[in-house]
Design a protein around this ligand. Structure first.
Ligand SMILES: *Cc1c(COP(=O)(O)O)cnc(C)c1O
Length: 233
């Protein structure tokens, strides 16, 4: 099937469940993104800053760009003018930098806290206790140019559906607790970003509000079109 056909299939499937589709276009060329765009897609996810900046400059301005990968503080400035949602926020320091750059651009930038749910070694994401600690931090109240709108998680890369189900379920239960404790009066805190090509169905069953689907729409990622990310300076 073509990218346009895939896109339409996934978009109608997930949207019929009231879930947003993030088309993950990392490593995909401009033409492929345009094909999805012309088939009706407006939300695209990238995981490298330089790549997202390059693509944003070349593509229609009504695209919503979501940064789904790990973000280093020193790169926030490159995307602060246009990024719609940052999925992978995992420290107060990063939130403070996003706030600073958002203020410079006279914007409020929406963020998700990335929660560590997988049974894997990874440097990224916050433990449940660390999320609570961050939300209790006094400094958080001072950040007027960021808005925490929900949580993001990546399940273990396994064929064991029971394990994936458990992990997404734990995140959902945790989300409900956080909502009641910290965001009871804040309608904006409502997003759960879970689910990729392999596990989006389970994610939706377990309360996902946005799924991040790449290879099922665009095909396997083969060539890396953008080599170097912006170096730290
Ligand atoms: C690459 C990526 C995806 C999409 O993965 P697919 O398996 O291609 O659907 C989703 N989320 C994150 C954080 C990613 O880096």
């Amino acid at each position: 099937m073509s990218i346009a056909d895939n896109l339409k299939k996934y978009k109608s499937e997930v949207e019929s469940d009231g879930v947003k589709l993030i088309a993950v276009s990392k490593t995909q060329p401009i033409e492929s993104i345009l094909e999805a765009y012309n088939a009706g897609q407006r939300i695209f996810g990238e995981n490298h800053v330089q790549e997202m900046v390059d693509k944003e400059a070349q593509l229609p301005k009504d695209i919503e760009w979501h940064l789904i990968g790990h973000l280093q503080s020193n790169k926030v400035k490159y995307i602060a003018a246009f990024v719609k949602l940052i999925h992978g926020v995992d420290s107060l320091k990063l939130l403070q930098e996003i706030n600073k750059q958002a203020a410079k651009n006279k914007r409020v930038i929406d963020c998700l806290l990335q929660v560590y749910i997988a049974d894997e070694d990874t440097k990224f994401g916050l433990g449940f206790d660390e999320v609570i600690e961050l939300l209790r931090a006094e400094e958080l109240a001072e950040l007027k140019n960021i808005r925490i709108v929900g949580l993001m998680g990546i399940a273990t890369n396994t064929k064991n559906e029971k394990q994936i189900t458990t992990e997404f379920n734990e995140l959902k239960v945790f989300f409900e607790g956080v909502k009641v404790s910290f965001f009871r009066k804040d309608d904006a805190f409502k997003e759960i970003s879970t689910g990729m090509s392999a596990d989006y169905k389970i994610a939706i069953e377990k309360g996902s509000t946005m799924v991040r689907i790449g290879s099922s729409i665009f095909g396997k990622r083969v060539i890396k079109h953008f080599k170097n990310d912006i170096s730290a300076n």
